[in-house]
Design a protein around this ligand. Structure first.
Ligand code: R5P
Length: 296
């Protein structure tokens, strides 16, 4: 097995290789003056199983294109099997036709990855695993969805949040917080959005639990603009929570997100390293390496 970290995941790719006990061979890469990417393999991959590690965080389109180039190159250069580890997969939130005239961009991306020669795709906390399972039969490529919730919860348990409530911003992620709760104890719940009919403003409140004086963690797959998480945290603080952690797998943290979270009352921000950020206290390298070992 040859591990090839792509430009978006040099660090994570090296950590995965370390956990597997093999050497990492990062691709050589540069950006042409017109913005296009140049990619070159620095190792022979003929007849090898190649593991490409390349997340899709902003600039998503460029990183996706680099992934396509690396995957196609690997197949063209004679790789026996191409496994792409794409911890954060771009366009996963555009997984339905919400309005007439839209395309299901997520399905297009899966098709592109497959046509680039990827045999197996490993993703972490993809936005909606149920939709992924519905789309999977359209493709020959096998998609393996992993979740980082347990490793995040283990970190929180060891770092001051043992016994804290686990909360999800919506009912859709109830199962996820239920597994976090089985690590940290403290129980789990989800928010309901309440709209003020006069102002149109929405607030988020947890129903049926008394959070007063308690510690809580809000788990989401992504923190992008920070809007969802900030509202959830403010709701908890308004209900008397003593200490609130904002936890996510993918810290996209687009402009102004951290300020929003702090203004909402977050005491700490915890994330994984699926996307490079100044957080990333929890690494997904171990769980990905373990999964890869199981694929051998
Ligand atoms: C939405 O369904 C996702 O799970 C996240 O809650 C959302 O993408 C977070 O985005 P933002 O940080 O911009 O509110």
């Amino acid at each position: 097995m040859i591990v090839v970290p792509g430009p978006a995941s040099y660090e994570l790719g090296k950590k995965i290789a370390e956990k597997l006990g093999v050497k990492a061979y990062p691709v050589k890469h540069r950006i042409f003056p017109d913005g296009e990417s140049y990619i070159k393999f620095e190792v022979s991959i003929q007849n090898e199983t190649v593991v490409i590690v390349q997340t899709n965080a902003p600039d998503n389109d460029r990183k996706l294109m680099q992934l396509l180039i690396m995957s196609k190159a690997a197949k063209t250069l004679g790789a026996k099997k191409v496994i792409a580890v794409v911890p954060y997969l771009a366009y996963a939130r555009q997984d339905k036709q919400f309005l007439d005239g839209e395309a299901i961009a997520f399905d297009i991306v899966l098709g592109l990855l497959e046509s680039a020669g990827i045999d197996d795709l490993i993703v972490v906390d993809v936005h909606n695993e149920t939709v992924l399972k519905e789309l999977q039969p359209n493709h020959m490529m096998m998609v393996h969805p992993l979740s980082a919730i347990v490793v995040i919860a283990e970190y929180l348990k060891e770092n001051g949040f043992d016994g804290a409530y686990s909360l999800s911003p919506d009912v859709g992620r109830k199962d996820i917080v239920s597994s976090a709760s089985s690590v940290m104890g403290g129980g789990f719940a989800f928010f309901e959005k309440i709209r003020d009919l006069h102002t149109g403003e929405t607030t988020m409140k947890v129903k049926d639990i008394n959070i007063n004086g308690k510690k809580a963690v809000v788990f989401d797959d992504i923190i992008s603009s920070g809007g969802t998480m900030a509202k959830a945290i403010k709701g908890l603080k308004d209900q008397g929570a003593s200490n609130v952690a904002a936890a996510c797998t993918h810290p996209l943290l687009t402009f102004g997100a951290e300020e929003k979270l702090m203004d909402g009352g977050a005491d700490i921000i915890i994330s994984t390293d699926t996307v490079e950020s100044k957080y990333g206290q929890v690494t997904v390298a171990g769980m990905i390496a373990d999964y890869l070992k199981g694929m051998l």
